[in-house]
Design a protein around this ligand. Structure first.
Ligand code: F0G
Length: 447
């Protein structure tokens, strides 16, 4: 295994290589992000997609049933007998004409990839299947993460499945109860820090370094390998046709980074002929990527990112005491750790970034609810972003678009009930309170 896969620094001026047996969350030589890389020429990568699809019919081998591991040749860093799965990735991409109408696209052109159907209710399980396989492979006993909620829920579930201890750091007061309840229920040691996600992210890295815990945030390059499979399943559901656009919410930027890597590798392997365009959607109250990419024109530039401009940006956030704020708490992040990898994905996919208000997010979320799937607020950002890009004419009515719904509708019932009870949006659906009298009940029914 050590020969066919390795870790490599993303910075081309460094490009240091490391063994996959090492647990590294930054390049020891230069501090930059790490990738998992493969020597494809030494591997038996299937020449067409059918083998991946056929495996899904085999319910007797959990690795074939897993929506991550049935693509295992495309993320082969771990011996097959060590792979961890709890049945993640049973998700499909479905056309949704209600949403197509909502964003003014033609019927049959808009698809929703509902990652809320994962065991812990979010896309994170794709990444954790891979990160925990790596952790088990190298003998880890204790994992840790910072989280806006979904990561902690997923980590707690996988840690239990692997018999590992886990500590999760969350910003106090900034976590939806559905997610907090999962972490508590699955037995995670839960530390609520008086601060926000960015504070938690900084602290968990310190703790992992000092106490030698295994970090399962998306700084962990193995996690992103699992998240590549979301794109494989999108392609599988579309009969292996490449859509014109992928639209995804952007928080810590792990998904967008993983998607770009997935497409670059598939193209290199000849499994796809073209690469879709990528739209990453920030919440307006947490729009670092939008600001740097669209307003300030920061680019990956073949790996020569002007890091001093990012540092200066963060220094200004510190000086002004800026705190991100959005009702889509999952993406309330102002210092996304995968920023450089996301810039690379935007380069690979000729991408763009938009930001949408909380109101747009909640209306889009309600539309997703009304038209049959439901999602949590952060996921609504992808549909809100698509609506905006359609209105701008950047995405055409005939183009095929896949919006990623990253988390389940039940993750954050508070925001949903509040929207329907108080908001006068297009889809708001206020409950009516009536006395326990039959006449009044029948009148309230509006039959
Ligand atoms: N959508 C949901 C539902 C999320 O939970 C997250 C991230 C994102 C989108 C953003 O994805 O980080 O890959 O850009 N949640 C993390 C957490 C930060 O801790 O649960 P990203």
């Amino acid at each position: 295994m050590t020969q066919i896969s390795y870790q490599q620094c993303l910075n081309p001026a460094c490009a240091a290589e490391y063994d996959v047996q090492e647990a590294l969350f930054a390049c020891p030589a230069c501090g930059d992000l790490l990738d998992v890389r493969y020597r494809w020429e030494r591997m038996a990568v299937p020449a067409d997609w059918s083998i991946f699809e056929d495996r899904w019919a085999n319910r007797s081998d959990p690795r074939d049933f897993s929506g991550v591991w049935r693509f295992r040749e495309l993320l082969a860093f771990c011996p097959p007998e060590q792979l961890v799965t709890v049945g993640e990735g049973q998700t499909v991409c479905q056309a949704n004409d209600g949403i197509a109408a909502y964003v003014r696209s033609r019927p049959g052109r808009v698809f929703l990839q509902y990652e809320g159907l994962n065991p812990s209710g979010s896309f994170k399980d794709n990444g954790m299947a891979a990160a925990f396989s790596h952790a088990r492979m190298i003998g880890v006993r204790h994992v840790a993460c910072a989280s806006t909620g979904n990561t902690s829920a997923s980590v707690a579930l996988y840690a239990h499945a692997c018999g590992m201890q886990c500590s999760v750091f969350i910003g106090s007061g900034r976590i939806a109860y559905g997610k907090l309840s999962q972490a508590l229920d699955y037995g995670a040691q839960t530390i609520q820090i008086q601060g926000d996600f960015d504070d938690c992210m900084r602290r968990v890295q310190e703790v992992c370094r000092d106490k030698n815990l295994y970090l399962v945030n998306s700084l962990n390059p193995f996690r992103l390998e699992g998240q590549k499979t979301i794109m494989y399943r999108v392609l599988e559901s579309l009969g292996w046709r490449v859509p014109d656009w992928i639209v995804v919410p952007g928080g810590n930027l792990g998904n967008s980074s993983a998607f770009g890597k997935a497409f670059a590798e598939l193209k290199e392997l000849g499994l796809i002929g073209k690469i879709p365009r990528l739209a990453v959607i920030n919440a307006a109250g947490a729009d670092t990527l939008y600001d740097l990419y669209e307003n300030q024109n920061l680019r990956f530039n073949g790996g020569r990112v002007e890091a001093e401009r990012i540092d200066a940006y963060y220094a200004r956030l510190n000086e002004s005491g800026y705190r991100p704020h959005t009702l889509a708490t999952a993406i309330e992040i102002s210092r996304p750790v995968n920023l450089k990898k996301c810039l690379r994905a935007l380069e690979i996919c000729r991408g763009l970034v938009r930001r949408v208000t909380d109101e747009e997010i909640l209306d889009a979320k309600a539309a997703v609810g009304r038209f049959g799937l439901g999602c949590e607020p952060a996921s609504g950002a992808s549909v809100a972003g698509l609506k905006r890009l359609r209105a701008e004419g950047v995405i055409g009515a005939d183009e095929t678009v896949v919006c990623i719904l990253t988390g389940h509708q039940l993750k954050d019932p508070t925001v949903t009930v509040d929207y329907h009870s108080r908001h006068q949006g297009e889809f708001s659906n206020r409950p009516r309170e009536v006395p326990d009298e039959i006449d009044q009940i029948i009148r309230a029914l509006e039959l």
